[in-house]
Design a binder for this molecule. Structure first.
Ligand code: NAD
Ligand code: UPG
Length: 436
């Protein structure tokens, strides 16, 4: 099939590449000329495991191409995916200007039947608004389908190629049949393609993300309470998670959820509720607790240094909002760095993939190390913000000899509390007893 993808970011590039992998002829469109130039030169502009291999294979096979021209995109694709940003607006709602703007432009360029697929995360009712925006500009026949994306960054290719489910929201048999044909290779394992109406599909995406964010937030509250009463959240987590109704996944406490999706999507669903005279009290609590959790380490660090953080040298391991990505959108590390700088501390950071993006934000206000050990040289404390695998089994003797003092604040609970006690560190983590 001929496919066009409008918007070539994390979702669009993965969607385009994976659809090319199953033999489709894919044209990806982006408004960002420098990004398109890079892609045309064979450079993947983001870090996402496995993506480079598939990207190269499909470019070489001539199935994956890039352009800045929406007109070309509309001519090429039988199915046109919209993988455009839906960032948080000032009032917490999803900013639909990219999606509706593209819909208007598509309406102006439409010359024959196309299926327009909304892959961006959008509030209930957006498929109707996209339909209206296109219809205003043309009388040519078209269908709008809601097809929310559930991939996780860091596992995006794996998730796209082997999805647990595919949700298609459509009231058109013709469009549904085309979409099922396109996705059939991805569900050979028996996972379902779930067909529903557009509104239910749109809400499924927000409900899934908000539920997962709530699950994490609940565990963060349990962790905070564990510290008050002397319980150990790791034990509670395992005790709870073995109940299959609860499940083991997404129970890991930490310094709050971040990323390009959960923070904005929880707020957007909350705002959608308000707009429809429904108060999502539970989401209100999730937002408040998560904001607090992102900043939970600083008062502890401040107390440890007796309010004298000025000129203390603080090392940070991990900047990305989670491992296996270079994405720093809403990364908890950013909030911690801001607070440390306000307190007058000096910060040296290391992350395997995200340092360039953080440098763009903080410039020379912080230093960047070339590896995890040079980051901690002469540090008065180490803060762990992202659970990259390389941080899991460090050489503790090297840490002790390089640091000014053996002090770790661990926002991701990477180490066993008893092990680290034997190593002689001061160690503060989330929901477990503090050592030292
Ligand atoms: N990142 C994820 O893990 C993920 C997962 C599932 C769903 N989503 C949703 O998918 C959507 C896209 O997210 P993303 O992370 O890929 O965003 P992104 O910011 O990485 O990429 C968006 C791309 O769209 C381009 N763009 C903007 N306006 C354009 C226009 N008019 N024409 C062509 N291109 C244009 C930008 O230049 C950018 O390259 C959002 O709604 C997001 O909530 C994201
Ligand atoms: O037990 C856990 C699991 C996750 N997190 C945090 O939650 C955030 C989000 O993690 P994750 O869901 O793995 O990453 P995303 O790539 O943001 O993926 C989410 O957001 C995407 C965009 O909508 C969806 O497509 C995915 O299904 C959904 O998992 C990160 O800050 C994690 O550190 C925790 O704190 N504890």
């Amino acid at each position: 099939m001929n496919i066009s993808v409008i918007g070539t970011g994390y979702v669009g590039l993965v969607t385009g590449t994976c659809l090319a992998e199953t033999g489709n002829d894919v044209l990806c469109i982006d408004i960002d000329e420098s990004k398109v130039k890079k892609l045309q030169d064979g450079v993947v502009p983001i870090y996402e495991p496995q993506l480079d291999v598939l990207f190269e294979r499909n470019i070489t096979a001539g199935r994956l191409k890039f352009s800045t021209s929406l007109e070309e995109g509309l001519k090429h694709g039988d199915i046109i995916f919209l993988a455009l940003p839906t960032p948080e607006d000032e009032d917490g709602s999803a900013d639909l200007s990219y999606v509706l703007g593209a819909a208007t432009d598509i309406g102006k360029l439409l010359t024959e039947y196309k299926v327009i697929v909304d892959k961006s995360t959008v509030p209930v009712g957006t498929a109707d608004r996209v339909t209206q925006a296109i219809s205003k500009e043309t009388t040519v026949e078209f269908d709008v389908v809601s097809n929310p994306e559930f991939l996780r960054e860091g596992f995006a290719v794996e998730d796209f190629l082997k999805p647990e489910r595919i949700v298609i929201g459509s009231s058109s048999d013709k469009a549904t049949e085309l979409m099922e044909r396109l996705y059939r290779p991805f569900v050979r394992s028996g996972n379902p393609i779930i067909i529903m109406d557009e509104k239910s599909a749109e809400l499924t995406k927000y409900a899934a993300n908000s539920f997962l964010a709530t699950k994490i937030t609940f565990m963060n509250e349990i962790a905070n309470f564990c510290e008050k009463v002397g319980a150990d959240v790791d034990k509670v987590r395992i005790g709870m998670g073995t109940d299959s109704r609860i499940g083991k996944r997404f129970l890991f406490p930490g310094i709050g959820y971040g990323g390009s999706c959960f923070p904005k999507d929880v707020k957007a669903l909350h705002k959608s509720g308000k707009d429809n005279n429904y108060d999502f009290d539970i989401l209100n609590a999730v937002i408040t607790v998560n904001d607090r959790q992102k900043r939970i380490l600083l008062p502890r660090i401040d107390a440890f240094f007796k309010g004298e953080l000025k000129d203390k040298k603080i090392a940070i391991w991990g900047l990305a909002f989670k491992p296996e990505t270079d994405d720093i959108r809403e990364a908890p590390a950013l909030y911690i760095i801001e607070d440390l700088l306000k307190s007058g501390a000096s910060v040296t950071a290391f992350d395997p993939e995200a340092m360039e993006n953080v440098e763009r934000k903080f410039g020379d206000q912080i230093s960047f190390a070339t590896d995890m050990y040079s980051a901690i040289e002469n540090a008065d404390a180490l803060i762990i913000c992202t659970e990259w695998s390389i941080f899991r089994t460090p050489d503790f003797n090297k840490l002790k000899s390089l640091m000014n003092a053996p002090v770790i604040f661990d926002g991701r609970n990477l180490y066993d509390v008893e092990d680290i006690k034997n190593e002689g560190f001061y160690y503060s983590s989330i929901g477990r007893k503090t050592i030292g």
